[in-house]
Design a protein around this ligand. Structure first.
Ligand code: ZN
Length: 182
């Protein structure tokens, strides 16, 4: 009988179940770049590559992502990554329920699909942030004007008017110095 070369090795310890995978090295690099981009923004939703891989597999388990393990490039350079499953026994059981010969491919494709998903989500969030936090507008000074403040309604003569437009037109909103400071 042909000896089946072990693709993954399961190490059970008293504290945590750990599995070491040989995953696509450039995918791991992409994942780490993404993690770094989150950490510099003080987002610690994912605190390690191992955690991100767990989330990816869980997303596949929950049907949040679709994957195609046949797309996997088996010959791409690999990197060994150890994932701790100790805290999520359900996920470990799910992992062991996967077809033996496809496990690593499924983990790798899940990570790839999950990265696409969260990348897309953070782009959407960035768009939303730009809408709710418009850049502070440039303020222009117009000395010696007769104007009515569009915020407090007070009238001014020969005073400095403030506006967000470089020149004052009939419909340009003008503000007094008090309202501008707020
Ligand atoms: Zn005012």
């Amino acid at each position: 009988m042909r000896k089946i070369r072990s693709q993954v090795k399961a190490v059970k310890t008293t504290r945590a179940a750990k599995i070491t995978f040989a995953l696509n090295a450039s995918l791991c690099q992409q994942a780490e770049n993404w993690l770094n981009s989150q950490w510099v923004q003080h987002n610690y939703t994912y605190n390690s590559l191992s955690g991100l891989i767990r989330k990816s597999l869980a997303a596949y388990q929950n049907g949040e992502i679709t994957i195609n393990p046949t797309e996997r490039d088996k010959f791409a350079p690999k990197r060994e990554i150890t994932v701790r499953f100790g805290l999520v026994p359900d996920l470990l059981n799910f992992y062991y329920s996967l077809p033996y010969s496809q496990r690593t491919a499924i983990v790798e494709e899940s990570l790839s699909a999950y990265l696409d998903k969260i990348n897309q989500e953070s782009k959407e969030l960035e768009k939303y942030r730009k809408i709710i936090e418009p850049k502070s507008k440039k303020v222009f000074f117009h000395p010696r004007q007769n104007f009515t403040c569009d915020k407090c309604g007070a009238g001014f003569q020969n005073e400095t008017a403030y506006s967000y437009a470089a020149s004052l037109g009939k419909f340009t909103k003008t503000y007094c110095s008090n309202c501008m400071e707020e």
